[in-house]
Design a protein around this ligand. Structure first.
Ligand SMILES: Nc1nc2c(ncn2[C@@H]2O[C@H](COP(=O)(O)OP(=O)(O)O)[C@@H](O)[C@H]2O)c(=O)[nH]1
Ligand SMILES: [Mg+2]
Length: 460
């Protein structure tokens, strides 16, 4: 049989049931709340890939009156073989009784064949009030697994294990908010072991998930490579009255260039979020502090740029000033302002004051007169800064669990270690590719393939 596996997530209110649904269905729309009793009705969240439903997670309200319910069941029981029938009778009898609304809601999908994921909190002690819940779930006879969530720590995990082992054939610790991809796959494999009829469907699901993850990485790396190419080639220009540089115009072109580059980086981050199914994050939160930090700030350069030694080793500094030949072709006067541009940019940072970040030139315009050109950004560290920022962003977003809704927190240590996380070879290959882009203002298809591959490795 190749039916879609369905899992009902059950347990006491406020133990992270909805969080587990969000994580396993990779769905940011699942309602998670610190207020118990928020989930009122059972709701199914399909895990879909390429239009195919791999499995379904059913979020359910928590047990409210398990003890009373069990009492009723015991009174109506005639034989062990009759237990499922008793449960069905209970649902029929109390379907419209508000006292047992939540019990009926959570049992319905299970009685229709869903597997059970019973969630408890490993930070809270085990208590006999849970026993009725576990017994009721046992009565359904459905395949079931218990998950010990770690809401506030794990001090009661072993005590919970001993109790849960009595009722569940598989008991796992599963951190709803931080379980990574591998942990989620492990869970699906455990379910395979629980029910043979799901084996083939879950095998397929795991294969699709793994394939999708690789595709996601590739798409993201391609997106980042295109960003690098775009920002490294970006230029701004405007008509000039004569061949003299209009400093005000130059300053506004520099601002425009920087704004466009920032905007392009924002766009790329939006796409990376989409790729990872985290579009809501954008609306709910501001990007983390580090990424809020301006792309052209001194801090960005010192965090993500290569050190002078690293630059010297890779030979990145040579050929840093591009565009020198351009004006020869069109016959304009070229003005590399060098350190001067820092003053024009307006003291954005000490680094910019000391370095030439972009070329400024006056070129003869094809339609007559003169044009002032600003860009591309020629600072050798610029692509490293952009690369570091977006790769770090992708790592955070792609690892991020869909149960986590707060702001992405990134430590400056992780940013600091970014350039160190690359080995010499990686740095050299990237450095050569950046040089190619800087010098030719384009990249050939072989270079693009290599760039994407390098970025994939950094994003993992
Ligand atoms: N720290 C932490 N908090 C969690 C975890 N799982 C859930 N929570 C929080 O616990 C509260 C209840 O979570 P929710 O998923 O809505 O529980 P439900 O009522 O069982 O569906 C929410 O405020 C969650 O953010 C976890 O693994 N760690
Ligand atoms: Mg809930």
């Amino acid at each position: 049989m190749n039916s879609t596996p369905r899992f009902a997530i059950t347990g006491h209110p406020n133990k992270g049931k909805s969080s587990i649904v969000a994580t396993l269905a990779e769905d940011e729309t699942v309602g998670i709340s610190e207020i118990p009793g928020t989930t009122r009705d059972a709701h199914s969240y399909p895990m879909c890939m390429d239009g195919e439903t791999l499995y379904e997670l059913i979020d359910t309200p928590g047990f409210q009156r398990a003890r009373e319910m069990l009492e009723w069941l015991k009174n109506s029981e005639t034989s062990v073989a009759d237990r499922r029938a008793s449960l069905n009778r209970f649902i029929q009898e109390f379907a419209n009784d508000p006292r047992f609304h939540d019990e009926c809601e959570l049992l319905k999908p299970i009685m229709k064949g869903a597997g059970i994921l019973y969630v408890v909190d490993g930070a809270r002690p085990y208590g006999s009030e849970y026993e009725s819940e576990m017994q009721i779930l046992q009565w359904t006879g459905q395949p079931r697994m218990a998950l010990i969530n770690l809401i506030g720590g794990e001090e009661h995990v072993s005590e919970w294990r001993r109790a849960l082992d009595q009722y569940f054939s598989i008991v796992r610790v599963f951190d709803a908010q931080h379980a990574d991809f591998k942990k989620r796959i492990d869970l699906l494999r455990a379910f395979q072991a629980l029910d043979e009829s799901w084996f083939a469907s879950l095998d397929l699901a795991i294969g699709v998930l793994e394939e999708n993850r690789a595709q996601r990485l590739h798409r993201a790396a391609r997106e980042i490579a295109e960003l690098l190419l775009a920002v490294m080639c970006k230029r701004e220009s405007a008509q000039l009255d004569d061949e003299n540089i209009d400093l005000q115009l130059q300053s506004s072109l520099v601002s425009k260039l920087k704004d466009n580059i920032r905007e392009r980086e924002e766009q790329c981050c939006d796409v990376l979020q989409q790729i990872c199914g985290h579009t809501k994050l954008e609306r709910n939160i501001e990007r983390n502090q580090l990424l809020q930090e301006d792309i052209f700030s001194e801090r960005s350069f010192s965090l993500f740029g290569l050190s002078n030694t690293q630059l010297a080793i890779t030979g990145a500094a040579s050929g840093a000033v591009a565009g020198g030949g351009l004006d020869m072709m069109v016959g304009g006067a070229s003005l590399f302002l060098g350190a001067g541009i820092g003053a024009v940019v307006g003291g954005v940072s000490a680094i910019f004051a000391a370095r030439q970040i972009s070329d400024v030139e006056v070129l003869g315009s094809p339609i007559g007169g003169y044009e002032l050109h600003v860009g591309p950004v020629s600072d050798v560290n610029f692509p490293w800064v952009v690369l570091g920022r977006v790769v770090l962003f992708y790592r955070l977003v792609s690892e991020r669990n869909h149960a986590l809704r707060d702001a992405i927190a990134v430590s400056s240590e992780s940013a600091n270690s970014f350039s160190e996380s690359m080995n010499m070879k990686q740095r050299q290959v990237l450095s050569d590719l950046f040089k190619q882009i800087r010098e030719h203002q384009l990249i050939d298809s072989k270079g693009m393939v290599s760039l994407v591959r390098q970025i994939e490795n950094l994003c993992k």
